[in-house]
Design a protein around this ligand. Structure first.
Ligand SMILES: NC(=O)C1=CN([C@@H]2O[C@H](COP(=O)(O)OP(=O)(O)OC[C@H]3O[C@@H](n4cnc5c(N)ncnc54)[C@H](O)[C@@H]3O)[C@@H](O)[C@H]2O)C=CC1
Ligand SMILES: O=C(O)[C@@H]1CCC=N1
Length: 273
């Protein structure tokens, strides 16, 4: 990651809660200097206050032309938070936004039509360098700025470019929200283990190690997800019995996840209205 332009001109975070902090943690770990970071957040965490003592600019005046503004406030706070940065619009500053729902047109209306804007959808595994972020830019975002965004975001995981902004709500529903589905799978698997007589502690240890271990295997293996599933499944055995329930087209994972992902994508579309 080439941080020289950011180091010279500065990186501003508008909002630095769970997602902003996950990304900032990744960038600081890759060598971004604290003195190059400005955070605007009315409720900074203890972590941010500690960083401010060591040189990060917390709720201070912003640089005249930062290289990047990362917008990481909730969509519901956007109308209140974004207009304060209008002076940075229509210029060389790239607005990189991770907010779900909010369309690029909103940023263009608020900051000026000539503002370079890249919409990104990351996820919280960014905190451990294992995120995945999808990006799409507007007409004012140069190829150089797309590459800078890719560079920044690849410091915290994989990056994919989208073909159109219309894909963003589906992406949000799969990979943006997706980690929560997996964490809930851990909770549900542990609860099911308890129902079969295990202690809560043992059930949670087994469930957590199983989900993270299976995830790591899927990450490292060259085999497809289907093949990895088949590798566990002895004909007529225990896994096959469970999969008959989970793969039921009407009541299993496919139907439940289809409904869940649709609900998330619909909510993204609603937030964007
Ligand atoms: N948490 C996640 O897994 C993901 C979140 N996102 C997006 O990231 C954005 C932030 O989400 P989270 O970090 O989860 O929320 P959060 O609530 O943890 O963080 C939002 C931060 O914005 C601050 N804030 C509120 N009003 C502000 C204002 N007027 N000016 C500056 N800062 C202000 C809050 O104090 C808070 O620290 C959202 O737009 C969400 O859609 C995107 C992908 C994944
Ligand atoms: O729940 C949300 O709205 C955000 C967007 C994706 C993950 N968290």
């Amino acid at each position: 990651m080439d941080l020289s332009d950011l180091g010279r001109r500065g990186l501003v975070l508008l909002g630095c809660g769970k997602m902003g902090s996950a990304m900032l943690e990744g960038w600081l770990g890759r060598g971004l200097a604290l003195s190059a970071v400005w955070v605007t957040d009315p409720q900074p965490s203890d972590w941010l206050r500690t960083l401010a003592v060591r040189g990060l600019h917390l709720n201070e005046d912003l640089p005249a032309e930062p290289a990047v503004v990362l917008v990481a406030v909730k969509p519901q706070m956007m109308a209140e938070a974004l207009p304060g940065l209008a002076a940075l619009g229509n210029g060389r500053t790239l607005f990189l936004t991770v907010a779900a729902g909010t369309p690029i047109a909103f940023y263009e209306r608020t900051l000026g039509a000539g503002t370079p804007v890249i919409r990104a959808m990351p996820n919280t595994p960014a905190a451990v360098g294992r995120g995945i972020t999808a990006i799409i830019g507007n007409g004012a975002a140069s190829e150089e700025q797309m590459a800078l965004a890719e560079d920044l975001l690849s410091a915290v995981g994989q990056v994919v470019r989208l073909e159109g902004e219309a894909q963003m709500d589906a992406v949000t529903a799969v990979s943006g929200s997706g980690p929560a589905y997996v964490f809930h799978l851990i909770e549900a698997l542990a609860a099911a283990g308890e129902a079969e007589g295990l202690s809560p502690e043992l059930a949670m240890t087994l469930a957590r190690a199983t989900v993270t271990g299976a995830g790591e295997l899927a990450h490292r293996s060259s085999e497809s997800a289907s093949q990895l599933r088949i590798n566990v499944t002895s004909p007529g055995g225990t896994t096959a019995a469970a999969l008959a329930v989970l793969m039921d087209p009407g009541t299993g994972f496919p139907a439940v996840l289809r409904r869940a992902v649709k609900a998330a994508a619909d909510r993204g579309r609603e937030l964007g209205r």
